[in-house]
Write a protein that binds this ligand. Structure first.
Ligand SMILES: [Fe+2]
Length: 255
């Protein structure tokens, strides 16, 4: 499949939301994020040796996964879904409103939209049909890998505009929420609704490493040193060290 025309579609859709104002930088960050998630998806699929139609559709879904971010910001001036609307849903609506790109069947396009719809669900739908697992899980891993990168850059001080990244979290250096801590140390997915501190977000991201579906995704996270970099941003106390050990031993048991 030729991806160039699809990259052009994404780019022109994103650029149609530029206003000439200072918020344009935020729109361009979402465009760059989409392109990096597309690259990550290609890398995962290549490393896993997956080829063919479903692999192509997984890459397309990765490219288009955040289409909803552009109308979301235009309409609500925020990327916070809780204050606006589920951006995955907005993305599906945007894709539905577009002319179907050439070279795709209606069935292909529905698979792409389905993976876009599922990309930000807290956990994988247990009723997910096996044939749709590849596009959904590849997009989710590829997206998580780039979100962790963006947030680490932010926490390490090389960051992008903070309002685009952290939504009103208290950045008390030593505090984190018990609910999030308990979920992550026990290998469960943290719940955004319990997030109160910036440290909660870092804990949540540690949990994402556990939840990566593909060995090659985990390898990318390890190559980029994500676990150690996240731990370095958390309070250096005995409980966090225990959580780090638990997460690292789960990750290495997948190796
Ligand atoms: Fe997203």
């Amino acid at each position: 499949m030729l991806f160039g025309p699809h990259v052009a579609v994404l780019r022109s859709f994103a650029e149609s939301h530029l206003t000439g104002g200072p918020d344009d930088a935020l729109i361009l960050l979402k465009l760059e994020h989409s392109l990096r998630v597309f690259d990550n998806a290609g890398h995962i699929l290549d490393a896993e040796g997956v080829k063919g139609r479903m692999a192509d559709l997984a890459r397309l879904a990765a490219l288009y996964h955040d289409m909803g971010r552009f109308p979301q910001y235009a309409r609500y001036r925020t990327f916070n879904d809780r204050d606006s609307a589920n951006h995955a849903r907005l993305g599906v609506l945007a894709l539905r409103g577009m002319e179907m790109p050439p070279g795709l069947s209606g069935h292909d396009w529905r698979i792409v939209r389905f993976a876009v719809a599922q990309h930000n669900a807290k956990s994988l739908n247990p009723a997910l049909p096996a044939r749709l697992e590849l596009p959904v899980t590849v997009v989710r891993d590829a997206d998580k890998l780039d979100i962790i990168r963006i947030l680490l850059d932010h926490f390490e001080g090389n960051g992008e505009p903070s309002q685009a990244v952290i939504h009103r979290l208290d950045d008390a250096p030593d505090l984190y929420s018990e609910e999030i801590y308990d979920a992550i140390i026990n290998g469960r997915t943290g719940d955004y609704r319990h997030m109160r501190y910036a440290n909660d977000f870092k804990l949540l991201l540690m949990g994402w490493l556990d939840g990566l579906r593909y060995r090659s995704s985990l390898d990318m996270a390890l190559e980029r040193n994500y676990p150690a970099r996240l731990l370095a941003q958390l309070p250096n106390d005995a409980r966090i060290r225990r959580l780090g050990d638990a997460a690292l031993s789960r990750i290495s048991s997948c190796a």
